[in-house]
Design a protein around this ligand. Structure first.
Ligand SMILES: [Zn+2]
Length: 399
């Protein structure tokens, strides 16, 4: 039934993104891209609706808080090499393909962690506005790292004679947030190996202040106790990866309510693609187990976790990786409403997306329908049946 130029949606189950229980038999009204009514009517047939999703579970569109749109998750060395050297003219189609993969999995927004050439930033700056409902992309452009340290593929060091804050100040054109690399990569050779921070605390703090002045948030690639402690002390807005950060940092995260994006699926990806029985496969598996234990602690302490995948890393594919990360959070003890919140409301809050990530009156009508009910979640994330961004249908596979 049409209502004032809008339309109605009937859903069998709904998880609204706020971490609360699962509602049944929900009726929604949408007008001008917004949700204007949302009522659970248990046991009552809501009558005829424009979109009958009675046999589906409705959740907000998914958000992946950590991707690298310039790389595919393939383990094919030739393809990875090509993507790391291709000129922008050819990378544009690659980025577009990755966004299509995200969209096909019901991902409505992604937060890009940067690439060495700034391809994704250029893509954003030349992307035509309007038209087909698009996946929201926020990008860091190119990340910041220290000269001679890890991060060559995603960023660059400050220029000669520049400190980090000066570099952030001078190079902000068009970026949505700032990405800083403040430790090494998580080792696949030595279990639990920790590296030194890449930047001194004062330099990091000054850079965060410059970013704050620009109204930009700072995401930090950081593993290990000291680099994470320092990144939190500097006021960074999200801890990305955070492998082996330790219990003290977990408490600091809980107190400060700074977001943690654990990207556990990266270790699952490495474990799958390393030679069976190899040292790398063994360490990747142990890293994953340790991270799942940290995620368990995070849940118990009330740390704000947001789903991010590091899609583009080996074995971590754009779109489908969100389901894998959700599966890992469930394995670490999260309940369905909590994990949906990590993948929707928390992502929207971290990205600063207004009126997004929640199904409630006044919010944007960005909705994903999965076949069946909560008993088949998260398997049903593999076959979403209907997806809408801001009130516009992206796909409808019901018939
Ligand atoms: Zn990353």
């Amino acid at each position: 039934m049409k209502t004032d130029g809008g339309y109605t949606i009937k859903a069998g189950w709904m998880v609204d993104g706020r971490g609360r229980g699962i509602q049944e038999n929900v009726l929604l009204e949408i007008a001008q891209g917004r949700i204007c009514r949302c009522d659970a009517t248990p046991g009552v047939d809501g009558g005829v609706s424009d979109f009958d999703l009675s046999d589906c579970m409705l959740i907000p569109g998914l958000i992946d808080c950590h991707v690298h749109l310039f790389m595919s998750g393939t383990a094919d060395a030739a393809v990875r090499e090509w993507q790391l050297n291709a000129l922008y003219g050819r990378m544009q189609a690659v980025i577009e393909k990755h966004l299509n993969q995200q969209r096909a999995c019901g991902v409505a927004a992604v937060r890009d962690g940067g690439d060495y050439a700034g391809h994704v930033l250029r893509f954003q700056q030349t992307r035509p506005p309007g038209g087909h409902p698009a996946v929201t992309v926020h990008t860091a452009g190119r990340a910041w790292r220290s000269a001679g340290r890890y991060g060559r593929l995603i960023g660059r060091p400050p220029g000669t004679g520049q400190n980090l804050a000066q570099a952030v100040m001078a190079n902000h054109e068009g970026v949505d947030h700032v990405k800083i690399v403040n430790s090494g990569l998580n080792s696949l050779k030595t279990y639990g190996k920790e590296t030194a921070p890449q930047f001194p605390l004062e330099e990091l703090r000054a850079a965060v202040q410059v970013a704050a002045y620009q109204k930009r948030r700072v995401m930090v690639h950081v593993n290990g106790r000291e680099p994470v402690r320092q990144s939190l002390a500097a006021g960074c807005h999200s801890i990305e990866h955070g492998f082996f950060m330790g219990a003290d940092n977990m408490r600091r995260l809980a107190e400060s309510q700074v977001f943690w994006v654990p990207t556990a699926c990266t270790m699952q990806g490495y474990a799958k693609h390393a030679a069976p029985g190899s040292r790398e496969a063994d360490i990747a598996r142990r890293n994953l187990d340790h991270q799942l234990e940290q995620i368990r602690q995070a849940r118990a302490l009330g740390v704000k976790v947001a789903v991010g995948t590091d899609a583009g890393t080996i074995g971590v594919h754009h779109g489908s990786a969100v389901r894998e990360e959700i599966q890992l959070l469930l394995a670490a003890g999260y309940h369905i409403p909590e994990v949906v919140q990590c993948a929707t409301q928390h992502g929207a809050a971290l990205m600063g997306l207004p009126r997004a990530g929640v199904i409630a009156p006044g919010y944007r009508a960005t909705l994903l329908a999965l076949p069946g009910g909560p008993q088949v979640f998260p398997a049903n994330l593999a076959t979403p049946v209907w997806f809408m961004i801001d009130g516009q249908t992206v796909f409808d596979h019901r018939f």
